[in-house]
Design a protein around this ligand. Structure first.
Ligand code: ATP
Ligand code: MG
Length: 584
């Protein structure tokens, strides 16, 4: 019998050793701490042939031990029940003393105040050992529970302690793993945040460079267009005279007509360049964007063709915008034609309006936008889209991907210039193969800006009043003098403001001052006009300019009481504006 006992004992020890080893290798592979603890409880109960076991984790804040994993228990025990981490419980005792705490028969041991689940599970004996763990405080305790009184021998306690030590190692490395995982997650988040910030900064830099480039191109274009306008003013004006003179000689008349047409095309071109350069004379007023868009869409419908569906999504509460309505119309037309060209095989064009707020975060990404309230008009097509490398160029004048006879590359440039000059914002989103959205943001009409009313007279009407012409460009001056005289007026000339004031200070009768806006010398046209009006309050004034300068066009807007004749002009325009100015 003693031999059999000894053999059984050896057998039991071997099994326990094997259980510890197997658990050790499981714990090494497993990353999830809860799985490790649950498996520990199970292996431990099996190894000691008891119906229950549990792992209690120490909670420093509450100074208690919470059952976090276990084997054999009914619901409501694991994760719920706690015991105090002091000598009042068997677990607390093992935890505080660090030595195994064994109760062979709880019914005899009255020192403990046990929670009801012990009785509910019929538990009468327990053994607890400490689980050390990686931190400065032990991790908790490992307990086995039996429904019979039991005297745990030295081997059992060794097994339990050995097991708890392996478990302590596993817990330490798992919590190191956990800590590592948390660090890795945090680092990942930081890297993502950094990438995001870099992306945003990259975008903002890109936007800034883009805005600077457009600014530079705009200035260059504006300068060229201004000079071109002066030249065209002479050509367009003189060709009319020439045409009349050669009216009876068909071959020459044809040449004159050709020059006239070419000049008209040139004038149209400079007008578009000025629009891009934000130097066109705008006449902004309060505009009901929805009705303008609706009207405009009626005109667009036939231009789009049968194969393109047009959808309107106009927000009911859309505010009024402060813009030049004819230029908005023009912009819509250009955008719609671009959409049409992008959908040769048909598709959908959606026109939307809405009240929109551009906030600081938008502005931080779009350096050329100003935060605030806007009326947005968006055109979305289902066309071929714009590749990224091209997108950054579409606003540049003369940039086109279309055939020579199909596109001039000025459409978007004009829209861009108009929107910017109107204190608005424009943005293009495009996805190759899916389509393009162009959004224009128009400033709200806060006050009621009055449009400039120019009375129109049918036919060319001259007069006999005296007009003082101030123009520094000799070619233009000679030409204008000729035209004014041809309309029956008396004309006086001055090269600059000084000369003009000398004439005004003299005895000459003068009805109208017709002055260029930009002149060499200390005074511009507006300042000359102010000085002249101080001397002769009854004097009428008509301005002319290749483009609109700040002095006359406040922020690109015409002062309400100012009459401006934009260069180049036809004699009929000159005649009409002279009459309008004299009648003002
Ligand atoms: N809705 C769109 N879908 C695809 N590409 C577009 C769209 N709008 C503009 N583009 C691209 O931008 C380029 C420039 O457009 P822009 O309107 O300035 O000139 P254009 O249409 O080529 O010529 P223009 O308008 O002077 O007749 C176009 O050639 C085209 O490549
Ligand atoms: Mg176009």
């Amino acid at each position: 019998m003693p031999m059999t006992d000894a053999a059984a004992q050896v057998q039991k020890l071997l099994l326990q050793q094997e259980a510890i080893a197997r658990f050790g290798s499981f714990a090494l592979r497993e990353r999830d701490l809860m799985n490790i603890l649950t498996e520990a409880a199970r292996v431990c109960a099996k190894g000691l042939n008891v119906p229950f076991s549990k792992v209690c984790r120490y909670r420093a804040e509450q100074n208690d031990l919470l059952i976090v994993a276990g084997y054999g228990w009914q619901d409501g025990v694991i994760g719920r029940v706690v015991s105090r981490a002091d000598l009042s419980s068997p677990q607390g005792r093992a935890f505080t003393t660090g030595a195994p705490s064994i109760c062979g028969d709880l019914r005899k041991d009255r020192g403990y105040d046990l929670p009801p689940f012990y009785a509910e599970h019929g538990i009468v004996s327990t053994a607890d050992v400490i689980i050390k763990g990686g931190g400065d405080k032990p991790f908790g305790v490992l307990e086995i529970d039996n429904d019979q009184p039991h005297d745990y021998d030295e081997h059992d306690i060794n097994f339990l302690t050995g097991f708890a030590n392996v478990l302590a190692e596993a817990v330490a490395s798992a919590s190191r793993g956990e800590a590592l995982q948390i660090t890795v997650d945090r680092m990942k988040a930081i890297v993502e945040e950094k990438d995001h910030l870099l992306f945003e900064k990259g975008q903002a830099d890109l936007q800034l460079r883009q805005a600077q480039k457009m600014e530079a191109v705009g200035q260059l274009t504006g300068g060229v267009a201004h000079d071109l306008n002066n030249i065209l003013t002479v050509i367009i004006g003189t060709i009319e005279i020439l045409s009349e003179a050669v009216a009876d000689r068909p071959s020459l008349a044809a040449v004159a007509k050709m020059i006239d047409e070419a000049a008209a095309r040139g004038a149209d071109l400079t007008q578009r360049l000025l629009a891009f350069a934000r130097k066109q004379a705008l006449q902004p007023r309060q505009v009901d964007v929805n009705s303008l868009v609706t009207e405009s869409a009626k005109l667009l419908r036939p231009a789009l063709g049968e194969h393109i569906e047009l959808h309107m999504k106009l927000a009911g509460d859309t505010s009024h915008a402060l813009i030049d309505p004819s230029q908005l119309n023009n912009a819509l037309l250009n955008l719609a034609l671009n959409a049409r060209d992008a959908m040769p095989d048909g598709g959908k064009l959606i026109i939307e309006t809405a009240n929109v707020v551009l906030d600081d975060s938008y502005v931080s990404m779009n350096s050329d936008a100003i935060a605030g309230d806007y009326v947005m008009v968006a055109l979305t097509d289902s066309g071929h889209g714009i590749p990224a490398g091209i997108l950054e160029h579409v606003f540049e004048p003369f940039f086109t991907t279309k055939d020579v006879d199909k596109g001039s590359g000025l459409g978007l440039s004009m829209v861009y210039g108009f929107v910017k000059q109107s204190d608005g914002h424009i943005k293009i989103y495009s996805e190759v193969g899916l389509g393009t959205t162009v959004k224009i943001y128009l400033p709200l009409a806060t006050d009621t800006a009055k449009p400039v009313e120019v009375r129109t007279t049918q036919g060319i009407q001259g007069g006999d009043e005296t007009i003082l012409v101030v123009e520094d460009d000799p070619l233009v001056r000679t030409f204008v003098m000729g035209q004014i005289k041809s309309l029956g007026y008396a004309a006086l000339a001055a090269v600059n403001a000084d000369e003009a004031l000398t004439v005004i200070d003299g005895p000459q009768e003068i009805d109208l001052l017709f002055t260029d806006m930009i002149m060499p010398g200390p005074m511009n046209g507006r300042q000359l006009a102010d000085a002249a009006l101080r001397r002769r309050a009854e004097l009428k004034v008509l301005f002319t300019s290749g483009y609109s300068q700040e002095a006359i066009i406040h922020h690109g807007h015409l002062d309400a009481d100012v009459l401006l004749l934009a260069k180049p002009y036809r004699i009929s325009d000159l005649a009409r504006m002279l009459r309008a100015a004299l009648a003002a």
